[in-house]
Design a protein around this ligand. Structure first.
Ligand SMILES: [Zn+2]
Ligand SMILES: [Zn+2]
Length: 292
């Protein structure tokens, strides 16, 4: 397998939750990176974890940084104004991601740095900052081939598939499986929901590693249906159906303690062993690096 390293800098969904019960898996919101042995480097999402990432960089060196935003909810962009490389001349930062019905990607990122919200405007940032708005498409970046797909979330949200040599890595931003919102027996609607879910399974099929929103456990889902997030069961089933080798639960619910995450991972690992499925399961942990 090709050399690809995955590091998490923020693993939490919705809102940062620093505190004694989230110290191990982390309280910062969504941010992760993959790095290839050839030096290819992609950052996904710019939640508060991206500040942790910036602390890990040698800021005396110039960096060419590619940040892929899944969608513009706060927990995926609010760390950007605190990402130190943006203040340093000579750095080049390219931000990729979807726009929304209301705003372009550039308006969204710049919009959180306007006078009422933040003292520094993006015009005053010293790095060379470029924006590339994405839809469903496919393109190359160094040795990476990248494909995107639309996910089911209350705002336009993209999932990313990265090919590197013989390895495929998937990062799905926030996502809820499609369902019949009328909750009736309309077979056409049920078929559409099923087909849309199959489309996602097809997109990730055969990947080695899947990092995905696993905000809820099944008992929490009914009161959060339509909020745009998956359950741990959804993620395990998706991974099994797609033949994934390593699954990382990500976007942990703000209420989820370290001990609960240990329990959840342990539960599913035992289930996989019992049922004979060859799927490795982890909960994403802040500042941890994995070979993928
Ligand atoms: Zn989120
Ligand atoms: Zn979201």
């Amino acid at each position: 397998m090709a050399g690809l390293k995955l590091t998490f800098y923020g693993t939490r969904g919705s809102i940062p939750v620093p505190g004694p019960v989230t110290m191990r898996y982390g309280g910062n919101t969504a941010c992760l990176e993959i790095k290839s042995e050839d030096g290819d480097w992609i950052v996904f999402d710019a939640g508060t974890g991206i500040r942790v990432l910036s602390d890990s960089l040698n800021l005396g060196q110039k960096h060419d940084i590619h940040i892929f935003i899944s969608h513009p909810h706060w927990d995926h962009i609010s760390g950007f104004p605190f990402f130190t490389p943006v203040f340093i001349p000579g750095n080049k930062i390219t931000i990729y991601g979807p726009g929304t019905f209301e705003k372009t990607l550039e308006e969204i990122i710049r919009g959180q740095m306007t006078y009422s919200y933040f003292p520094v405007r993006t015009e005053e940032l010293q790095a060379d900052i470029q924006f590339k708005e994405l839809k469903e498409e496919s393109f190359t970046l160094g040795n990476f081939k990248i494909e995107t797909t639309m996910l089911n979330h209350p705002v336009t949200c993209l999932g990313y598939k990265i090919f590197y040599k013989d390895t495929i890595f998937i990062y799905l931003g926030d996502n809820e499986p499609y369902y019949n919102v009328y909750d009736d027996d309309d077979s056409d609607i049920n078929d559409i929901a099923r087909d849309m879910n199959k489309r996602l399974t097809q997109f990730i099929k055969g990947a080695d590693t899947l990092v995905t929103d696993a905000q809820y456990i099944p008992s929490e889902y009914n009161s959060h249906k339509g909020w745009g997030h998956s359950t741990t069961h959804d993620c395990v089933n998706l991974a099994i159906n797609a033949g994934i080798k390593k699954l990382f639960f990500f976007h942990h619910d703000p209420q989820r303690s370290d001990n609960q995450l240990d329990f959840i991972v342990d539960h599913y690992r035992k289930k996989m062993k019992e049922k004979g499925f060859d799927l490795e399961i982890y909960a994403a942990m802040e500042r941890e690096t994995f070979d993928v």
